[in-house]
Design a binder for this molecule. Structure first.
Ligand code: PGA
Length: 257
C-alpha cells in the first residue's frame, strides 16, 4: 500500500509544436483518462504548447506543468515567463532546477531557491530537480551535492509547502543517456533524501513526493514505479511517444494479483 499518490510527469523539453502536442493528446489522452485514480499524470510541454495542452486537459484529472519560471511576478525580463502567467495558462506544476538548466543556462542553487519560492507564491507546485554528476558520483560526493541542492532549494519554504513539494531525484549521468540508475540505487538515494527532509520539515516530509528520473522507459519503468518509496517519475525522451508514455503510466498502477 502506497503512502502517497505517484506522479508521472512528461518533460517534453524543447520538443513538440502546438500541433504536435495536439497529435500526442489525440492518442494518449483517451488512454490516460481510462486509467484509475491510483496515479497522477502531468504533461510539461514547452511554453508555446501550454495553451494547446491546457485546452485538451481542462476538466480532466491530467495536469499541466511548465518547464521553468522566473522568480519575479512581472518586469523587464526579456524572454522570461512568470508564475502568475503559468497559472493563468492553466498550469498546476512547474519544473525547477532541471540539470539541463543548471548546466547549460547557469542556474545556481540560489536562483533555484527563488524559483521554488516564486512557484508557491503563485499557487504552483514546484517539481524540484536534484542529482549528482558522474564526476560527483565517482568522487563519492553524491550525498554532499544533493544535500546542498536540497538545503538551498527548500530554504524559503514552510513545512506546509514542503508537504506539497515534489522532488525529482535525477542523477545527471542517467538523463538522456539510456543508462538509468538501478531501482535499488534510486530507492536508496530517495530514502536518504526523505530522511534529510524529515530532519528539516518533520512529518511533512512523509507527504512530499520524491520521484526518480533519468532514462525511464516502458521496459524499465515498473522496476522503479512498483517501489512504494519511489513516488513516480519525471520522464524525458520516452514521454514524447504517446504509446511509450502510456505504458510508463500503466507501470505505476498497483500490480494486479
Ligand atoms: P530522460 O530525461 O528520461 O530523457 O533521461 C529525464 C529528464 O530530464 O527529466
Amino acid at each position: 500500500m502506497r503512502a502517497r499518490l505517484p506522479l508521472i510527469a512528461a518533460n517534453w523539453k524543447m520538443h513538440k509544436t502546438a500541433g504536435e502536442a495536439h497529435a500526442f493528446c489525440d492518442v494518449a489522452l483517451p488512454r490516460l483518462l481510462a486509467l484509475t485514480d491510483d496515479v497522477e499524470v502531468a504533461l510539461c510541454p514547452p511554453f508555446t504548447a501550454l495553451h494547446a495542452v491546457a485546452e485538451r486537459v481542462r476538466a480532466t484529472p491530467v495536469r499541466l506543468g511548465a518547464q521553468d519560471l522566473h522568480w519575479e511576478r512581472a518586469g523587464a525580463f526579456t524572454g522570461e515567463v512568470s508564475g502568475p502567467m503559468l497559472v493563468a495558462a492553466g498550469c498546476t506544476y512547474v519544473i525547477v532546477g532541471h540539470s539541463e538548466r543548471r548546466e547549460l543556462f547557469a542556474e545556481t542553487d540560489d536562483r533555484v531557491r527563488r524559483k521554488v519560492r516564486a512557484a508557491f507564491d503563485a499557487g504552483l507546485v514546484p517539481i524540484l530537480c536534484v542529482g549528482e554528476t558522474l564526476r560527483e558520483r565517482q568522487d563519492r560526493l553524491t550525498e554532499e551535492r544533493i544535500a546542498a541542492q536540497l538545503a538551498e532549494g527548500t530554504a524559503s519554504i514552510t513545512s506546509e509547502e514542503a508537504a506539497r513539494l515534489v522532488i525529482a531525484y535525477e542523477p545527471v549521468w542517467a538523463i538522456g543517456t539510456g543508462r538509468a540508475a538501478t531501482p535499488e540505487d534510486a530507492r536508496r538515494v530517495i530514502g536518504w533524501i526523505r530522511d534529510v527532509m524529515r530532519q528539516r520539515f518533520g512529518p511533512s516530509a512523509d507527504r512530499m513526493r520524491i520521484q526518480y528520473g533519468g532514462s525511464v522507459n516502458p521496459d524499465n519503468a515498473a522496476g522503479f514505479l512498483q517501489h512504494p518509496e519511489i513516488d513516480g517519475s519525471l520522464v524525458g525522451g520516452a514521454s514524447l511517444d504517446p504509446e511509450a508514455f502510456v505504458r510508463i503510466v500503466e507501470a505505476a498502477l498497483p500490480a494486479r494479483v
